[in-house]
Design a protein around this ligand. Structure first.
Ligand code: GUN
Length: 293
């Protein structure tokens, strides 16, 4: 058997194209959607993610307000910038790229963002809305995973979804989304404390790898015919690559293809969906702001 490879790049392009048409309508009605992207320091992976976000903003016709703070910037400088962006009616969404330098308290920074501009869905108000099924901003990567499953025609109703990883950004919110009535999956969350991980992952109809370690999900951990979603983006050294590294997922891709029914590649799987759903959230924030005027 060889798995069907889910083309996240193509699905993301169709989401961006839908967002672009809505942006054109909003602009015609007098609102220019705008996202402020804040990057502190110059971590190479973060620089690359932010560049991807800025490219997508241009493509969908949104204004891009970029802020680059040096790695030495104080927490107060960042909080002051967020306060100014909260007060600026021409800014509809605020994204602070994570991780932040260690001397800055990430939780305090997230808490400072106006929940109506929280397009990452990381603010406790957004998280709370997700938990109790109220409308709000869904976090981009988990939402992107749901869209990929839907577009690939993978049924979640009654399925056993096993998520490996319990991060605030992916594992926890994705578990909540998949357990909602509209997905109706039975969800298991595995983590570093899980005993006999493979015996649990082998029960998954839908296996989601969100560990952040290269190729730790091996083919023997996958039930034959399962759908495998790889959220990991790991840089591994590769002297033959132009940049000296290449990107691999959390799943050992080639052998996994022989066992799974569906699988997402890395790159061009979940990654582009994160950015596409960020465009979707920024559109929502802009539409809500336009309605409130
Ligand atoms: N770092 C890794 N993923 C994300 C994300 O989705 N949003 C932000 N702001 N930072 C990240």
């Amino acid at each position: 058997m060889s798995a069907t490879i889910i083309d996240g790049f193509a699905v993301a392009a169709s989401v961006r194209s839908r967002v672009a048409s809505a942006v054109a309508n909003l602009k015609a009605a007098g609102t220019q959607p705008c996202l402020a992207v804040v990057l502190v320091g110059d971590d190479p992976a973060s620089v690359s993610y932010v560049a991807g976000k800025e490219k997508a903003l241009a493509e969908v016709g949104m204004a891009d307000r970029s802020y680059r703070l040096p790695v030495t910037a104080s927490e107060k400088e960042l909080l002051d910038l967020i306060a100014a962006l909260n007060a600026d009616a021409s800014v509809h969404g605020i994204l602070v790229q994570l991780p932040l330098p260690r001397h800055i308290d990430e939780a305090r920074v997230i808490l400072a963002i106006d929940p109506s501009k929280d397009v990452d869905g990381f603010h406790p108000i957004s998280v709370g809305n997700l938990v109790i099924d109220r409308p709000g901003f869904l976090p981009c990567t988990p939402h992107g995973v749901l869209v990929l499953l839907r577009e690939a025609g993978i049924a979640t109703n009654g399925a056993h979804a096993v998520i490996v990883g319990r991060s605030n950004i992916v594992g926890k919110p994705l578990a909540l989304l998949l357990a909602r009535k509209d997905c109706n999956a039975t969800v298991t969350i595995c983590h570093t404390g899980t005993r006999d991980l493979a015996s649990i992952t082998r029960q998954a109809d839908i296996l989601i790898a969100a560990v952040g370690k290269p190729r730790v999900i091996t083919a023997d951990m996958i039930k034959p015919g399962a759908a495998v979603i790889d959220v990991g983006v790991n840089r591994v050294e590769d002297s033959t690559a132009k940049k000296g590294f290449r990107l691999v997922g959390d799943v050992d891709f080639v052998p996994a293809c022989e066992v799974a029914s569906y699988i997402t590649p890395v790159p061009r799987g979940v990654g582009p969906m994160t950015i596409a759903m960020l465009m979707h959230n920024t559109l929502l924030a802009s539409e809500r702001a336009a309605e409130a005027r």
